[in-house]
Design a protein around this ligand. Sequence first.
Ligand code: ATP
Length: 520
Amino acid sequence: MDAMEKIVSLCKRRGFIFPSSEIYGGLNGAWDYGPLGVELKRNLKQAWWDDMVAHHDETATPQGAPQPFGMVGLDSALLMNPKVWEASGHVGGFSDPMVDDRETRARYRADQLAVYALEFIGSDGKLERYDEVLFAAPGELGKSAPAELFEPHRKRIASLQKSKPGKEARPVAVPGALQDEALRARVLAPGASAPGTLTAPRAFNLMFKTHVGALEDNSSVTYLRPETAQGIFVNFKNVTDTARVRVPFGIGQIGKAFRNEINPRNFTFRSREFEQMEIEFFCRPAEAAQWYQYWRERRYRWYLDLGMKQANLHLREHESSELAHYAAGCADVEYDFPFGRSELEGIANRTDFDLRQHSQMSGKDLRFFDDQEPNEDARRFLPHVIEPSAGADRGTLAFLCDAYSEDEVGGEARTVLKLHPRLAPIKAAVFPLVKKDGMPEKALEIYRALKKRWNVYYDEKAAIGRRYRRQDEAGTPFCITVDGDTLSAGSVTVRERDSCQQVRIGVAELASYLGEWLGA
Ligand code: ATP
């Protein structure tokens, strides 16, 4: 099993993540979170909400920020007036180019299907190019490893190689092959029996269309929101009129978003239903560049603070050619997933694009009025926006991948999820060493006292080593064992998950000891 298969299998086996409606064969791009998964994802969202919104101190200047600022929250409806999506550009432009394979009926995002010719390298180092047939493989152009290309075309490439004895084959990217009719006719798609089965790329709108009310005509069409951000923009005036906020300030929102992705893949990484954690941060136009820098760094650091390994986490500034026409800057927080380096979160300087669009479309003046600005000319202005937009499902998957490890304890292999205590689904497990001599009663008493404060778990079944192993797999930071000494001396052992070290703690001190690690 490769690393990703092991994680998917652990998620299924231990109740983190299941395919949606599995008993009916599932639904591509939809996932359900089981008893452990729901706790993990909730903890991630809670950490985001606490750190970004609820516990944000608006009287102090955070590290790296130009000045103090306010943060408030919002929970807007999932269904909105369809004009929102016209103003935002989603009706006209929220599409991916896709190609269909007429033979296999597979559908691909054109930018995620790479096309290669082959180069044969002789022992004398001379190159011979073969491009009568071009080979298509899932992945971004130039990024696929030869193994990924060769997999669906292994037999064909092997037989070509036989006709060129002693020569090693390697792929060379052919940019633009899907867009060029003549080249496309030579492309062999994955699983197809002959070249030329792919259609030309076509724009495919990613929004899920639905109808509101009983009439299914054009007047009742709306969309399941493809992002939470627009709910924030259309409430900008409501919030500034009611919440006594002053620019600069941010509005945070967590909620579901839906995209009819052409090719859902990599477990929950690209789903059709997912959750976003988004901030729209409103500032004066002249200060936008500074705030953009601040949010890039702050959001990158947030993952590190929650224990993500720095070696796996990257902050990538977009090239200017990658930017949307209205954007003044964009950076991605990327994670080294087992399937490759991919986006976890995007931080964009969106200028005043969204507020301007909504002002024009709705006819409402969405400028901010700063009554404390001494310069009268500068009192009314359209703020610029910095948008850190993160995925809760992608975050959960990244933390699962980062935490997954295998080691050996006492000569026995174990799987352990080294999750940060804030994220761990279960904070501590309480065990009686044996099911007699009053130990279960004492353990239950401890369990009940701790359960009032944290999500703790009681287990008296199986040998103690097995109980430890089960909690290691669930990512539980502490296991508390009641033994003979608990009854005579009033102390328990507390075993720490990662080091497996055990300390003896008095029962009376247990809650404050755990509190140091677990927080409130
Ligand atoms: P991608 O390029 O991967 O399609 P994007 O750039 O379109 O992503 P944004 O529109 O910037 O993504 O969305 C912000 C965040 O929402 C992403 O960083 C990601 O965490 C999350 N997200 C977007 N699409 C999906 C999806 N299909 N499944 C899960 N999470 C998603």
